[in-house]
Design a protein around this ligand. Structure first.
Ligand SMILES: *Cc1c(COP(=O)(O)O)cnc(C)c1O
Length: 458
């Protein structure tokens, strides 16, 4: 099994980025729970034939859809070791907890947070954003809100229209309600408009509401815009409002010397959500929440039922239990694949791969701008390029180009809308993506666009 999967990872280019799982294979997964055993080799053969060829494609160098990491072989085998150990990282006294704490110390350093900052692994930034909102809620209302609950609509939050959907969902899930989230306009670079932010805060205060949270973006999902974090931190400070930064994919730009200066101000966040599984290339899933005031994070989640009592001796010793800092009790050993990735590759190599994705995106943008048949739809700020084939009926044609590209299996961008226009969106995240892949994207887009204009059957 190890040989097969390593062979797969070594030969990704030999296969399509993605292919649709055929119906006859799909229906094979409708069988009931097997009462009798099946030998391992047979089940493995089914994996090789029915699952592996029909994966999501994000490990492939031609994958440019959405914002997803490529993973590494190192992370993969580390995950196998973690499964073998089968650690439960809810708490107690064992080495895996120390590995997670080491990652916490590393990211405190990386983002310039104080030693009093706390943080834990979570599935992803969606949950990290939720935790940020919940700790901000404690900051505004005190820990008693855990008993009393909230009155929806009283606490108001602010995020830009370019912010990720998970901020809205965090407001829904926290009981504060998404109606209390003000969607602030953006400037021409898709950054939160600070004047509009101030107007919204003042108007809510004038109406007797309590502004409690600004959720800034470090790397918007559509075009990779980074809000002016310093300026927003100034507003948050002045207004005594919590500053949460959604740095899902771009916060790890701190590892790249040429990207890090763009993230200035991130060290002033009260809470920071980010993923190791995007630009950090750690296999899914590996999100992280970092909170400046660790005590407040603990007050938001810790509880002490007798069976979870922390002890002075024995297996229940140790004062740092991740279950006190987030909603999960049982947790997997996500720290190990992250630790292996950072140890074996080193942060310089990860930073270099982050820089390289931005260079490739810039080159792609240059190729698009040099071609009269193509139109760049948004300035390239990091690693995301939004463009389209110029023609009449461009929305429909470009949507067809995207679907054809995805089904073609060579390069797979995704679709978004920029100012209402359908855009071909190429997010270069995978460390395996090379210049030849974006050249293939341009060539295939031109060929498909021309063929559609000429009415050729696809
Ligand atoms: C991917 C992403 C998220 C969601 O993160 P998950 O790890 O998928 O939960 C949130 N915000 C931004 C900006 C993202 O790019």
């Amino acid at each position: 099994m190890l040989d097969d999967i390593l062979g797969h990872v070594m030969n990704l280019r030999a296969n399509p980025v993605w292919r649709r799982m055929p119906d006859e294979i799909r229906t094979g997964f409708n069988d009931p729970i097997p009462a009798a055993p099946t030998d391992l080799a047979t089940v493995h053969r089914r994996f090789m034939e029915e699952i592996l060829p029909y994966g999501g494609g994000n490990a492939h160098p031609g994958f440019m859809g959405w914002v997803q990491g490529g993973g590494t072989a190192v992370g993969m085998v580390a995950d196998m070791l973690a499964s073998g150990l089968n650690g439960n990282l809810g708490g107690r006294d064992h080495a895996p907890i120390e590995v997670e704490r080491q990652i916490l110390r590393w990211v405190r350093d990386l983002f310039g947070f104080p030693e009093s900052a706390e943080g834990i692994f979570v599935t992803g930034t969606s949950i990290a954003n939720l935790i940020g909102v919940l700790v901000a809620r404690t900051h505004a209302l005190g820990a008693s809100v855990r008993r009393t609950g909230v009155e929806a609509g009283k606490l108001t939050a602010y995020a830009s229209v370019a912010s990720h959907e998970s901020i809205t969902r965090a407001m829904e899930m926290s009981g504060l309600g998404s109606d209390a989230l003000r969607m602030i306009e953006v400037n021409e670079k898709d950054q939160m408009d600070l004047a509009a932010l101030e107007v919204a805060i003042n108007s809510d205060r004038a109406n007797g509401l309590t502004p409690f949270l600004i959720a800034a973006s470090a790397g918007t999902v559509d075009i990779g815009a980074i809000d002016d974090l310093h300026a927003i931190a100034d507003v948050a400070e002045r207004e005594h409002v919590w500053l949460h930064v959604d740095g899902a994919y771009a916060a790890l730009g701190m590892l790249a010397p040429d990207i890090a200066p763009r993230l200035r101000g991130i060290e002033r966040a009260d809470s920071l959500a980010f993923d190791f599984h995007k630009w950090g290339q750690v296999p899914y899933d590996a999100g992280f929440i970092l909170v400046r005031d660790g005590q407040l994070q603990r007050e938001t989640f810790a509880s002490n039922p007798a069976y979870l009592a922390h002890d002075q001796r024995g297996m229940a010793a140790g004062d740092w239990w991740p279950c006190d800092y987030g909603p999960d009790l049982s947790r997997s050993f996500r720290a190990l694949k992250t630790w292996f990735t950072l140890m074996v590759l080193g942060s310089d190599a990860l930073g270099a791969s982050i820089s390289r994705t931005c260079t490739i995106a810039t080159e792609l943008a240059r190729m698009i701008e040099a071609n009269a048949e193509l139109e760049l739809l948004a300035p390239v700020q990091l690693n995301i390029v939004c463009f389209r084939y110029r023609c009449d009926n461009a929305d429909a044609i470009n949507a067809r180009i995207i679907a054809d590209l995805q089904e073609g299996g060579v390069v797979a961008p995704s679709l978004t809308r920029i100012h209402g226009k359908v855009a071909i969106r190429a997010a270069i995240v995978n460390h395996r993506t090379e210049m030849r892949d974006v050249r293939a994207l341009v060539e295939a887009t031109l060929a498909l666009g021309r063929a559609m204009l000429n009415g050729e059957p696809q």
